[in-house]
Design a protein. Structure first.
Length: 267
């Protein structure tokens, strides 16, 4: 009885404490641990070559041309001249003059495709009518020598003069040779030499000067400034003030060192 009385007193004391403090002690059985959400890893950022290929596959004519140039010389990808021609063709059919010219060189030299001077002339003409000096000169030589087109000395002189007026040194030298070393003469009075000069050696595809469009595209795909500058120097690219103005307005902006290199290579 004494023990029972003590237990009852303890219970009553506890109840009184609850009434006074308003505290209730609760007991919970342990539950499962909280679930921690695992965040997925961010997708890897494509490298410049992957971005270039993605743009080319989406139909960007400049990216297609540039990727073709890389395949032609094995820059960043295994060298594959057939693959180079494929990308040149995709770009050329969109009207991009450098690609039309480069595709013409491939047809004329048999690089990556069957040699076909007629198709070469067609490609040169498409680019020449857009004022592309390299194509103007090549077309002139084809007309002079009757390669892929009937001999037409008047047309040859006309196209060669157009290229020379744009500062193409090879065209300037050839024009002087065709004109007998004299000053400018009316096309109708120029007599062709007894033996026409041989056609120029095909220039390597990689040596076609880098254009401002390509430079802007390379910059937008994350190619480092030093790599772009190396390509400018490698291809002996020259730029007009209009080219530099266009480069300065690129979005995203080009590295200032690239702009400086272009300014150092004015034509």
């Amino acid at each position: 009885m004494k023990f029972l009385g003590q237990a009852l007193a303890t219970v009553l004391a506890s109840a009184a404490a609850v009434l006074v403090t308003g505290c209730v002690v609760e007991y919970h059985t342990p539950g499962p641990p909280p679930v921690v959400a695992v965040q997925p890893a961010p997708p890897p950022v494509p490298d410049p070559m992957q971005r270039l290929r993605m743009r080319a596959e989406r139909g960007d004519a400049i990216a297609q041309f540039t990727l073709g140039s890389y395949y032609a010389v094995g820059r960043g990808v295994p060298r594959n001249e057939t693959e180079a021609v494929r990308w040149y063709y995709l770009s050329a059919r969109q009207g991009y003059a450098p690609a039309q010219y480069r595709l013409g060189v491939c047809y004329a030299t048999g690089r990556g495709t069957m040699r076909n001077y007629t198709k070469a002339v067609e490609c040169y003409r498409l680019a020449a009518t857009q004022g592309y000096a390299l194509a103007e000169y090549r077309l002139a030589v084809c007309y002079w020598n009757g390669a892929g087109a009937a001999v037409n000395r008047a047309a040859a002189l006309g196209w060669c003069r157009k290229a020379a007026e744009q500062g193409n040194l090879q065209a300037q030298r050839t024009l002087a040779s065709w004109q007998g070393g004299g000053g400018p003469a009316p096309v109708a009075t120029v007599a062709p030499p007894a033996q026409p000069p041989p056609a120029p050696e095909p220039d390597p595809a990689a040596q076609t000067p880098l254009t401002v469009d390509e430079i802007k595209m390379l910059g937008s795909t994350g190619v480092k400034a030093e790599a772009i500058i190396a390509q400018i120097k490698e291809t002996n690219a020259r730029f007009t003030p209009q080219d530099i103005s266009a480069a300065q307005q690129a979005n995203p902006p080009l590295d200032p060192s690239v702009i400086k290199c272009m300014q150092d290579n004015l034509r």
